[in-house]
Ligand binder design. Structure first.
Ligand code: SAM
Ligand code: SF4
Ligand code: SF4
Length: 336
């Protein structure tokens, strides 16, 4: 089994299919313009599927398509069809803001997509537009219900909770999920990228989120799926579904992190908070053999010693954490 320097296997591959997005969420991509990746640098579907197959050969079991907003990439269903056909891949998932899902879900489902994660931070239309800057809540809801109609399952909703912004939406989102049979994952606000002005004061901790939900709907902790999932899951005591919290800041899960990321322009990134990626595209387009590419991927994973969130918690505890002191790759290009 391929293990990194901290004895972690490689299991999950997150592929960013584009750095572009039709939203401008304040916590992710707050600026109007970025230095967009040049179109000819973006991996083709054939290149992505080729690399994904090599990753599966190294032990990857699960692939998540993300971005930017993956559904702004034309014909994404063609990529889904190619990835669904990879021998040995156990799970293929899409993370989307949902705005274009209603119009694309039929083709995605036909191509083999079984499940989807949809981000939704508020059920208040005005607040939703304030957070996402360009988002229309009704389109996202349409997307969520279209996914349900087409039988994608499970449908997981993701909500980033930020103090003073949508902390008071937690219970509404829980009720919405319970009423419609969706699972929901709350995400602690993180200092991803370089432009979201994160401070620890904006954080709503897992503990606070759980207390809020538990006070209305009693919960029972289930733990992390397979012991290594980012989300700590809870079931409602009344049996009406489950919720989870991804507590990257207050309960980092670096010791069990099995995730690798592939950027839209073909760089391998070993941590969400990395400042550099490793160029695989140059090998791919330079005619390297599968054996050479696999050796390259293997050597990068073997050297991996990332544990950024664990280090951040240590620094936060000793009050000397400055998010700006560490330059990171923007989340939009490396795939959240
Ligand atoms: N555009 C798609 C979406 O929004 O679902 C996929 C890409 S987005 C980068 C993936 C996930 O990262 C989303 O669930 C989003 O809420 C989350 N995310 C983005 N910025 C974040 C931040 N600063 N802290 C925590 N989660 C964040
Ligand atoms: Fe776009 Fe998703 Fe980032 Fe929002 S979280 S700006 S939808 S990539
Ligand atoms: Fe994995 Fe890096 Fe996140 Fe730690 S900080 S869980 S190593 S991606």
């Amino acid at each position: 089994m391929l293990l990194d320097a901290l004895k972690r296997p490689i299991k999950d591959l997150r592929i960013s299919v584009t750095d572009r997005c039709n939203f401008r969420c304040s916590y992710c991509m707050p600026l109007d313009e970025y230095e967009w990746i040049n179109k000819k640098e973006i991996l083709t579907f054939e290149e992505i599927a080729h690399l994904a197959t090599l990753f599966v050969g190294l032990g990857v079991e699960k692939i998540r398509l993300t971005g930017g907003e993956p559904l702004v990439r034309q014909n994404l269903d063609k990529l889904v069809a190619k990835l669904s056909a990879i021998d040995g891949l156990q799970d293929l998932c899409l993370t989307t803001n949902g705005a274009l899902l209603a119009e694309k879900v039929a083709a995605l489902k036909a191509a083999g997509l079984k499940r989807v994660n949809i981000s939704i931070d508020s059920l208040d239309p005005e607040k939703f537009t304030r957070i996402t800057k360009r988002g229309d809540l009704s389109k996202v809801l349409e997307g969520i219900f279209a996914a349900k109609k087409y039988g994608l399952h499970p449908i997981k909703l993701n909500a980033v909770i930020e103090k003073g912004i949508n902390q008071d939406d937690v219970l509404n989102l829980v009720e919405f999920s319970r009423d419609h049979g969706f699972a929901i994952r709350f995400i602690e606000y993180m200092d991803v990228g370089n432009s979201n002005s994160w401070t620890s004061e904006k954080l709503v901790s897992k503990k606070e989120i759980i207390e809020t939900i538990n006070s209305r709907y009693p919960l029972k902790e289930v733990g992390r799926v397979q012991g290594s999932a980012p989300s700590v899951d809870y079931e409602f005591v009344d049996g009406c579904g489950d919720i989870g919290v991804i507590a990257s800041v207050t309960e980092p899960f670096c010791p069990s992190c099995t995730r690798v990321r592939l950027t839209a322009d073909g760089k391998l990134v070993t941590c969400l908070f990395s400042d550099v990626g490793h160029d695989v595209k140059v090998l791919l387009r330079g005619g390297a053999s599968d054996k050479e590419i696999t050796e390259f991927l293997t050597s990068i994973w073997r050297m991996r010693a990332d544990r950024y969130s664990a280090e951040r918690l240590e620094a936060l505890r000793s009050s000397n954490y400055n998010p700006k002191s560490h330059k990171k790759i923007e989340m939009i290009s490396l795939g959240g």
